[in-house]
Design a protein around this ligand. Structure first.
Ligand code: B3K
Ligand code: ZN
Length: 877
């Protein structure tokens, strides 16, 4: 397979302005007729019209009214090339045959539970008809869908329904027109037996929009939260960004078989059921919050992605980084901003920092790819969102908004680049002294910058000198790096716990509270004057840049920040830094053959946190959570899988035993809060209650077990049921087997609930886990063709540090088998699973040897997809 390079971009030789599609859906085959209105692009040299196509059976081609013979065009497995087209434009008509029933890759037109649906991003449209399948070709679409009326009563596509009627043989048809030019990756079609719920939204300028959510019959009562989330998103985008919806209809369809979370097709979003369906008894708080975020994310794409789209796929973060940042802002506004920030940063560190540190590291704007579907990554999405947040931090809210407004004023209706975005931000803020060329490196350089530093206070001159250094390690293909422009949002905390006024040498006025420093050099000093007493610096408040900080804090400094920092994120961060330091110390003790002894000071600090649980339960739940095993592993040169697990379990048990009384008080004080609600307060109480339960369980005696069992048996909301069941499933309680089978018996008809059941078994640290996961592959509720099932069982297992990386390599062997099996069925899902191997070189020699054998076995699989090939070959490089 051959790499595609950013530097090779050239505009297409032909534009396609109008697309007229007709779908004739029959059992066993679908006939697609496409009429493309083409026009020469006079800005590039004359060339043939080269259309992409895959797995298509070409039945006929015509130009205007003239049918073409086989000598008039060239057809290969990937392309259809037409020469000698008239300079002043033409209509090209093609008829093709496709087979959605046998499409297991879930890309292009396929079937899910008997219903037809599509997924075209990034390059699925070429599996539907021949087309220039690239996002800079934007056209208006007219789509006719015809199918059997009884089997497929609902026929949907993008835009407005303009006509419908009956056809012969019990068939019917619908005609849809989308007035907004769009790239083909935003095309969508749905035909099926679906029911819907409906609501309305009136936009700020008075447009009445019909909102519909389509689901399979029986799920109507699980759509309310998604609909509310949609309405909140529409209002929020008007208020926060001045952006209004632009059609009279907005449809969402939820399908059970979907590779990703959802897809922002113009006015016809298609969702994984996971991000639509929720009822208090079937969905957890995490599910409810995920739905709110993803519904908003897809809706926000209507402007950031659809109205202004990407010139080419290297620009993916133009729409994804920006839209993730927008959904993060939205969720922060709807819930607790600090809690949301802590969750987002935890995820960023867990998955994106890991990606940046491994063989698949790539810049936010990659420069080459073999398979673009491999680049829907935490780097493009989550690190991309951090880049947007840094614009916001450097320019302030008003300056950021000026940049956004200019971006839309310049580029509405266009396919553009991240450079165009940066130019709009720059040009809208001419008075800001930002070195934009240096800032641009956030798009170009891969890897997570490491920032270190120290501070010295000079009492006689009342000055505090802060020294910061940055380094960026080499990543594949990028041996040499240059310093980044790093916004350091910071404050100096005085001995009384309050922020000191901040005045840099040479400045006239002091700033109170927080200010933003620009770290631009490899090493830079910041001298603060008029500092009344020796401060503790609070750095990267709100996590103002995606970097790894190591500052020479004492344990006492960290405990002080935990208690006093005015920035809630950094209060949490100080606790995490302290916990990580302590845990890694224990791991080292164990490796050296010493006893692991948990310092009383740390246990006390946790006790302090617990005593403030009433003030902010949601925050307390996060502050009580120790860094994950996977994150701790990232902090070690060679990951000590068993040592990390042993140390973390020891600390958890110690906390559980030492604070039994306050844990019980926290548990009971936050249980049974009246009518169910997903308000941030109610979610916070459940979170802290279940965090307390987990510690009581870790204490290892009967009390926690009895509580968990009682909660499992009596709780009505899924958050509490699954929290208790997960603890039971991770234990050797005699009730374990019965509890698990009762749950499966109750929920076997609810695939999304069964996903949770698979997941809690796959994430247990018990030594039997791999054997149980193997056995679950043949459970009637499991199906390897369904991506959610794969993610719940196999994906969750690969995130289980002790089980997946168990000595001996059985976990690696298991994963290799599954990747090989999935490679034939669904390359995108196979490749996502294969990414779990990526950091294999960070383990000890024995584990490395086993992982390498497994990776090489995958690499030698016949008919390896481009998706898996790219990941595996980079991992082995
Ligand atoms: N844009 C889609 C992702 C498409 C994935 C293609 N492999 C979802 C989203 O980011 O909103
Ligand atoms: Zn997106």
């Amino acid at each position: 397979p051959k790499a595609i390079l950013l530097k090779d971009y050239v505009a297409p030789a032909w534009w396609i302005d109008t697309v007229d599609l007709s779908f004739d859906l029959h059992e066993g085959e679908t006939i697609v007729t496409a009429r493309l209105g083409i026009r020469r692009n006079h800005e590039v040299p004359r060339g043939p019209l080269v259309l992409d196509g895959q797995e298509l059976e070409l039945l006929s081609v015509a130009v205007g009214s003239r049918p073409l013979g086989p000598d008039d065009y060239a057809c290969t497995p990937d392309h259809l090339t037409l020469n000698d087209l008239p300079d002043d434009g033409a209509v090209v008509e093609m008829v093709t045959r496709i087979h959605p029933e046998s499409n297991t890759a879930l890309e292009g037109l396929y079937k899910s539970s008997g219903n037809y649906c599509t997924q075209c991003e990034a390059e699925g449209f070429r599996k539907i008809t021949y087309f220039q399948d690239r996002p800079d070709v934007m056209a208006t679409y007219r789509v006719r869908v015809e199918a059997n009326r009884q089997a497929y009563p609902v026929l949907l596509s993008n835009g407005n329904l303009v006509d419908q009627g009956d056809a012969a043989d019990g068939r019917h048809w619908a005609l849809w027109e989308d007035p907004w030019p769009k790239p083909c990756y935003l095309f969508a079609l749905v035909a099926g037996k679906l029911v819907h719920i409906e609501d309305r939204y009136r936009t700020r300028s008075g447009r009445d929009v019909a909102l519909r959510i389509y689901v399979e019959p029986g799920n109507e009562d699980k759509c309310g939260h998604a609909m509310e989330s949609l309405i909140k998103s529409m209002r929020w985008d008007e208020e926060a960004y001045g952006l209004e919806y632009d059609l009279d209809i907005f449809n969402i369809v939820a399908v059970g078989d979907f590779n990703m979370g959802a897809m922002e097709n113009k006015s016809l979003n298609i969702f994984n059921t996971k991000y639509i369906l929720a009822r208090p008894d079937t969905a957890t708080d995490t599910d409810f919050l995920g739905i709110e975020t993803v519904v908003a994310h897809e809706y926000f794409h209507n402007w950031t992605g659809n109205r202004v789209t990407c010139r080419d796929w290297f620009q993916l973060s133009l729409k994804e980084g920006l839209t993730v940042f927008r959904d993060q802002q939205f969720s922060a506004d709807m819930n607790s901003a600090p809690v949301k920030r802590i969750q987002d940063v935890t995820r960023l560190r867990q998955v994106q920092f890991a990606e940046d540190a491994g063989p698949t590291a790539h810049p936010v704007r990659p420069e080459s790819y073999i398979e673009i579907n491999n680049f829907y990554t935490p780097t493009v999405y989550e690190k991309g969102a951090e880049v947007l947040r840094m614009y916001h931090t450097l320019l302030g809210a008003a300056g950021y908004r000026r940049g956004i407004d200019l971006y839309f004023a310049r580029h509405d209706g266009q396919a553009v680049t991240t450079d165009d975005f940066l130019a709009a931000m720059r040009d809208a803020n001419p008075d800001r002294a930002v070195d934009w060329d240096q800032f641009r490196r956030w798009y170009a350089q891969a890897g997570t910058p490491a920032v270190s530093g120290e501070g010295t206070y000079d009492a006689p001159s009342r000055t505090y000198r802060l020294t910061l250094r940055q380094t960026l390690a080499p990543t594949p293909g990028q041996p040499d790096k240059r310093p980044m422009l790093i916004p350091v949002s910071m404050g100096l905390v005085g001995p009384d716990g309050r922020d000191l006024p901040l005045k840099l040498a040479g400045e006239d006025e002091a700033v109170t509270g927080t200010r933003v420093l620009a770290l631009r050099e490899a090493e830079q000093d910041f001298t603060f004057t008029g500092v009344a007493a020796s401060p503790v610096p609070s750095l990267f408040r709100g996590f103002s840049a995606p970097v790894k900080l190591s500052f020479d804090y004492t344990d006492a400094d960290l405990t002080f920040l935990m208690a006093h920092d005015s920035d809630p994120f950094n209060r949490w961060e100080a606790g995490q830094t302290l916990a990580a330091r302590l845990l890694l110390g224990l791991v080292a003790d164990r490796a050296a053959g010493h006893d692991m002894i948990v310092p009383a000071s740390f246990v006390d600090a946790i006790g302090q946190t617990l005593s403030r649980a009433g003030e902010d339960p949601a925050f307390t739940a996060l502050a009580l959570t120790l860094p994950s095993e996977n994150y701790l592993g990232q902090l070690m040169g060679v990951i000590d899988v068993d040592g990390i697990h042993a140390a973390r379990e020891l600390v958890r048990g110690t906390i559980g035993r030492s604070h039994r009384a306050s844990l019980l008080a926290t548990y009971h004080g936050n249980a049974g809060q009246g009518a169910f609600s997903v308000s941030p307060e109610a979610i916070g109480r459940r979170a802290v209650k279940n965090a307390a339960l987990a510690y009581l369980m870790a204490a290892g005696d009967g009390e926690g077990r009895a509580l968990a069992l009682a909660q499992y048996r009596t709780a009505t909301g899924m958050t509490d049921v699954i929290a208790a069941l997960a603890l039971i499933a991770d234990s050797d309680m005699p009730e374990r087997a019965d509890a698990l089978s009762a749950f499966a018996a109750k929920w076997r008809q609810e695939p999304l609930v069964m996903d949770k059941w698979f997941m809690i078994q796959a994430t247990s640290a018990r030594p039997e886990t791999l054997a149980e996961v193997r056995a679950l592959l043949s459970h009637p509720g499991f199906n390897i063709r369904n991506p959610n099932k794969v993610y719940a069982l196999i994906g969750a297992f690969t995130g289980n540090a002790v089980a997946f990386h168990a000595a001996g390599g059985a976990g690696y062997e298991f994963l290799a088998d599954r990747v090989i099996e999935l490679n034939r069925l669904n390359p995108q899902v196979a490749s996502r699973m294969a990414k779990a191997f990526a950091r294999w070189r960070n383990y000890d020699a024995e584990r490395q040897a086993a992982a390498k054998v497994a990776l090489e076995r995958v690499a030698h699989t016949p008919d390896l997809s481009r998706d898996v090939y790219e990941i595996v070959s980079r991992s082995l490089e």
